[in-house]
Design a protein around this ligand. Structure first.
Ligand code: AMP
Length: 214
């Protein structure tokens, strides 16, 4: 089974992706995670992407399509893949369809996780990470015992540059302008399913599994 998870930044795509991949044995391919790994490795692609990412705007379609197809191609012979954060434009969605078609592959389900802008803004701007051990906190939902400090190692917590309030605003504007039309693209092809992302992670996981099985 090949699945795409759509939804605004902060909709919980990453959390749901991990659960779905466990349940259905899929390979999780997150474009944001792959880009962050490229940046960490100081690759040419990472260097080209960093300025776009820090401003909360999209990395050019041709770079993203080439990067994602390289990872998707490695799924040959597997039980399928789950795309998280990709495609984010209609050009990417078309490019993906064409390239999958060349291999005789297709998408089985596209799940749109819907969450209101005010809610995702609260989720993203409150998110803090320990740079040492990677533990993630949230100032409202899972705060550390002492504000700004990791419970496990005492390191000062940091916020992803693109989770700063003004960048979050830009990411949401980009989402509405560039990614919302992707929903219509998949709706027209009869593969779009919509899930309310406002519940708990367990509730959203149950709904997501259900729509993928139908
Ligand atoms: P994410 O963690 O998915 O929110 O991605 C972080 C940043 O990576 C985004 O704000 C974009 O700058 C870039 N990015 C991730 N996926 C894509 C994509 N499919 N197309 C263009 N840019 C992307």
């Amino acid at each position: 089974m090949n699945v795409v998870l759509l939804g605004p930044p902060g909709a919980g795509k990453g959390t749901q992706a991990v659960r779905m991949c466990e349940v259905f044995g899929l390979k999780h391919l997150s474009s944001g995670d792959i880009l962050r790994a490229e940046r960490k490795a100081h690759s040419e692609l990472g260097r080209q992407a960093q300025d776009y990412m820090d401003r909360g705007v999209l990395v050019p379609d041709d770079l993203i399509l080439a990067m994602m197809m390289e990872h998707i191609s490695r799924c040959e012979g597997g039980t399928g893949f789950l795309l998280d954060g990709f495609p984010r434009t209609v050009v990417q969605a078309r490019g993906l369809d064409e390239r999958l078609g060349e291999r005789g592959w297709k998408l089985d389900a596209v799940v749109d996780i819907t969450v209101a802008d005010e809610e995702v803004t609260k989720r993203l701007t409150g998110r803090w990470t320990c740079p040492k051990d990677g533990r993630i906190y949230h100032e409202l939902f899972s705060a550390p015992a002492k504000a700004g400090v990791c419970d496990d190692c005492g390191e000062a917590l940091t916020r992803r540059k693109d989770d700063e309030p003004d960048v979050v605003g830009q990411r949401l504007r980009t989402y509405h302008a560039e990614t919302e039309p992707v929903k219509t693209y998949y709706e027209d092809r009869g593969v779009l399913r919509t899930v309310d992302g406002g519940g708990t992670a367990d509730e959203v996981a149950a709904l997501t599994k259900e729509v993928c099985r139908t």
